[in-house]
Write a protein that binds this ligand. Structure first.
Ligand code: ADP
Length: 428
């Protein structure tokens, strides 16, 4: 929350490839004392961006690569106009992408626009079980390719070797900044980066297995024009910027107002964590309604039925509407409808339900799923968010700027098993 009326000079401009990724990184920055503004989509030309960090939330993770590049460059343009000193391309902590992109093409375009000859790419977020070692991404104890991410509806991650995975997406040479150098500290990282540059490496996958590694990388790489990372790397950046005299920490950065009204949860994520969270909500006997992609395709009035169901229950407490399903059910729907159509039908329906719930007095809304969150905020016509403290690592409450509406936008993989009830309890 701002304490002065004068415009701040933004230090960091973040371009996030999905909405929950944007709130995730914004929460990290806020927690470390950066007053952070999140804009949904590219801000208008000339819009005042009054914060230490400005995060632009795009929906570019799974669109065509050319569209992702165009939107990312437009975001960069506005952030540059706002005078940001450094830039951050926020990608998923499970490096969600396919051989065609979009991490590689967007990173390459941003580097070219910034005249950056070197960048690191580091999706690690050890507090959330994402660690990178010898260029391989682990989810908890499992290689990425053995985790539930291999079944992701849109970006199935079938190779844990991120050097190889990213190299398939870009003509720039990809290399590895190994953990032994990171563990040895800032000077070791700096000299390793010099060696990688000499070897013509343009993007190095950076290992990190704990927060100390992330802080070292933040301190060693804060001067690079562009960082490509999950939210974890943001942890050490505010301190690096304060050390450089670029900003002062803001103790009030995380404060959000209390908001009354009804509460609800919408889940369009089929990730392992979301399946467990939905199952936990069901087991605790709370009201929940499933929606089905095949019924949507058959033209059933699913959204209207869900809203009638919810309306009868909202006064008694929060309700959950979910499309979340196991890998077999998702595959069956995708085989009949196609991956994109199944996803779009579900997203559109949940977005319509979100708008209807808002009309019926819902003012605290938890949404599970990155793409799903993108569809929901668009339906609610939210353009800017002020960001609060994380509920669980990676998921903060946010407030639609100037409106009595709180949103917790959860990346599918994040949150403890009781996340939905926990999030709502924290803003009662
Ligand atoms: P996550 O954050 O877990 O990746 P997303 O919302 O980003 O979640 O992506 C999940 C995608 O799967 C969305 O496009 C959503 O509409 C789609 N989806 C959700 N439920 C189903 C289902 N039962 N069948 C097919 N697709 C689904």
């Amino acid at each position: 929350m701002k304490t002065t009326t004068s415009l701040k000079q933004a230090v960091l401009g973040v371009i996030a490839d999905d909405f929950t990724g944007a709130t995730d990184v914004a929460g990290m920055l806020v927690q470390a004392g950066m007053d952070t503004l999140l804009t949904i989509g590219v801000p208008e030309v000339g819009a005042a961006l009054d914060a230490d960090a400005v995060v632009v939330a795009l929906k570019s993770r799974t669109v065509a690569p050319a569209e992702a590049v165009r939107d990312s460059l437009a975001a960069l343009d506005r952030l540059r106009a706002a005078g940001c000193r450094r830039y951050y391309f926020k990608v998923c902590s499970t490096f969600d992408s396919t051989p065609r992109g979009n991490i590689g093409p967007v990173a390459q375009a941003l580097m070219a626009a910034l005249n950056a000859d070197f960048a690191i790419a580091c999706p690690a977020f050890p507090e959330n079980g994402r660690s990178v070692y010898c260029g391989h991404l682990f989810v908890g104890d499992l290689l990425l390719s053995d985790s539930g991410m291999r079944h992701h509806p849109l970006t199935p991650m079938t190779d844990a070797n991120l050097v190889r995975w990213l190299q398939a997406q870009t003509a720039l040479q990809v290399g590895l900044l190994r953990q032994d150098a990171v563990a040895a500290g800032v000077d070791a990282v700096t000299s390793r980066i010099a060696a990688l540059r000499t070897a013509n490496v343009r993007i190095a996958i950076a290992d990190a297995i704990d927060n100390a590694d992330l802080r070292t990388l933040g301190a060693a790489c804060a001067d690079l024009p562009l960082l490509i990372a999950g939210s974890g790397l943001a942890l050490g950046l505010p301190a690096a910027y304060v050390a450089r005299g670029w900003m002062l920490p803001d103790a009030q950065a995380a404060r959000l107002p209390a908001v009354g009204g009804h509460a609800a949860v919408l889940s369009g994520s089929c990730s392992t964590a979301s399946n467990a969270q939905v199952a936990h909500w069901l087991q605790s006997g709370r009201p929940a309604l499933p929606i089905d992609a095949l019924q949507l395709a058959a033209g059933a009035p699913v959204a209207a039925q869900a809203l009638a169901w919810a309306e009868a229950r909202l006064a008694q407490g929060p309700v959950l509407v979910y499309a979340t399903a196991g890998a077999d059910a998702v595959k069956a729907a995708q085989q009949q409808l196609g991956v994109e159509r199944a996803g779009a039908l579900v997203e559109d329906c949940l977005a319509e339900i979100a708008a209807g719930l808002h009309e019926r007095g819902v003012r605290r809304l938890v949404v599970a799923g990155g793409e799903t969150s993108g569809a929901v905020v668009q339906a609610l016509r939210v353009q800017r968010l002020r960001v609060g403290a994380p509920i669980d690592p990676g998921v903060p409450w946010t407030q639609a700027e100037g409106r009595p509406l709180l949103l917790a936008l959860k990346s599918g993989n994040f949150g403890s098993i009781d996340f939905f009830a926990k999030a709502l309890a924290s803003v009662q």
